[in-house]
Design a protein around this ligand. Structure first.
Ligand code: NAD
Ligand code: UDP
Ligand code: UDP
Length: 329
């Protein structure tokens, strides 16, 4: 354990320069804790944590979690891993290494420190689900050899490691299965659907619909997710997860496109593209377990969440000189 002389904790957040990690760090600092952010800046950027530069309780270590890490902390949130299909398929071998070797190193660290460790797992462990909505009991329907497998199977193996360290070494683990999450700071070019649609609508470009647009997803606003992560970390050792955290309101991708067009007042049209391989047809979390064990449920609905996200992407496009000012004056 870290040796602080009051009730503050020293908390490690891997992947802390990423979209979700940077929001988590903001909340932990607000609560008065010390935060060590470990990130290799593969998909994350210093921009996400720029506002913390010089903060007395914040420290950034540029480090790749596939290598051992020796620090002294009280809690570990393991978020390091590219999350967008475009990013995690860019270097699939490194994606698997990040999930698997990264998990082993963070578990080894937690074992030495006898501290709690939380794993950011994913709804992708359910693959293209044959059970709907997805409960934590469902074992999933995952292709082990497809283009998404580096991520899906990497995250599944990480879950296995977490539960084996728990059974074999008595580690206090917390496994959270995160469903599609969005919000400010999501990278404008990361290829995920919410950022793609908003960026395309703001530029006046056509919105790219993959397949027939009838596949569904459920979108969770980042503040709600962060609240869920912190509540899960705060549970006693009997709560290991896995626990689904996500917003159970389900939309087709086409409905999402329509919402974004309406909200931005864009004149963008739709551009139909082929469906990527192994793209799940439907996804919606059953959050009964989160409600019961964490007293958690989402509070921000999609209309409000999108309205909070658009300004951050608009600002970014203006900075990059990519905003179609004529369409969106
Ligand atoms: P992100 O890409 O913005 O953040 C991931 C961060 O991890 C980045 O800052 C990246 O630089 C860092 N990273 C990647 N490989 C690393 C390595 N080897 N060593 C150190 N740092 C490394 O993605 P995000 O959306 O913030 O996702 C954070 C976590 O949540 C990921 O583990 C992801 O799998 C999980 N998750 C996210 C979603 C979502 O919808 N955003 C859904 C399910 C699960
Ligand atoms: N590890 C680490 N930091 C630590 C302790 C361990 O990065 O403070 C790494 C260590 O390098 C090892 C991994 O975590 O590769 C797993 O550690 P564990 O103690 O479970 O296994 P062992 O060291 O016996 O292989
Ligand atoms: N999608 C789309 N257009 C885009 C980006 C994504 O139609 O520009 C679709 C994609 O095929 C998938 C859904 O939106 O069905 C969510 O994709 P994302 O990459 O955001 O996340 P994931 O597939 O991992 O849930």
């Amino acid at each position: 354990m870290a040796r602080l002389y009051d009730s503050r904790k020293r908390i490690l957040v891997t992947g802390g320069a990423g979209f979700i990690g940077s929001h988590l760090i903001d909340r932990l600092l607000e609560q008065g804790h010390e935060v060590i952010c470990v990130d290799n800046l593969f998909t994350g950027t210093k921009r996400n944590i720029d506002h913390l530069h010089g903060h007395p309780r914040f420290e950034l270590i540029r480090h790749d979690v596939t290598f051992p890490l020796y620090v002294e902390v009280d809690e570990i949130y393991n978020l390091a891993c590219p999350a967008s299909p475009v990013h995690y398929q860019h270097d699939p071998v490194q994606t698997t290494k990040t999930s698997v070797h990264g998990a082993i190193n963070m578990l080894g660290l937690a074992k030495r420190l006898k501290c709690k460790v939380l794993q950011a797992s994913t709804s992708e462990v359910y693959g293209d689900p044959a059970v709907h909505p997805q409960t934590e009991e469902y074992w999933g329907n995952v292709n082990p050899i497809g283009p998404r497998s580096c991520y899906d199977e990497g995250k599944r193996c990480a879950e296995t490691l977490f539960f084996d360290y728990h059974r074999q070494h008595g580690l206090q683990i917390k496994v959270v299965r995160i469903f599609n999450t969005y919000g400010p700071r999501v990278h404008h070019a990361d290829g995920r659907v919410v950022s793609n649609f908003i960026v395309q609508a703001l530029r006046g470009d056509p919105l790219t619909i993959y397949g027939d647009g009838k596949q569904t997803r459920s979108f969770c606003y980042v503040d709600d997710l962060v609240e869920g992560l912190i509540r899960l970390m705060g549970t006693d050792s009997s709560v290991t997860g896995p626990i689904n955290i996500g917003n159970p309101r389900e939309f087709t991708i086409l409905e999402l496109a329509e919402k974004v067009i309406e909200l931005t007042g864009s004149r963008s049209k739709l551009d139909w593209r082929p469906l990527p391989a192994d793209d799940p047809k439907q996804r919606r979390p059953d959050i009964s377990r989160a409600r019961e064990l964490l007293n958690w449920s989402p509070t921000v609905q999609i209309e409000e969440g999108l309205a909070r996200t658009v300004p951050s992407l608009r600002e970014r496009l203006v900075e990059l000189g990519e905003m179609n000012q004529a369409v969106h004056a």
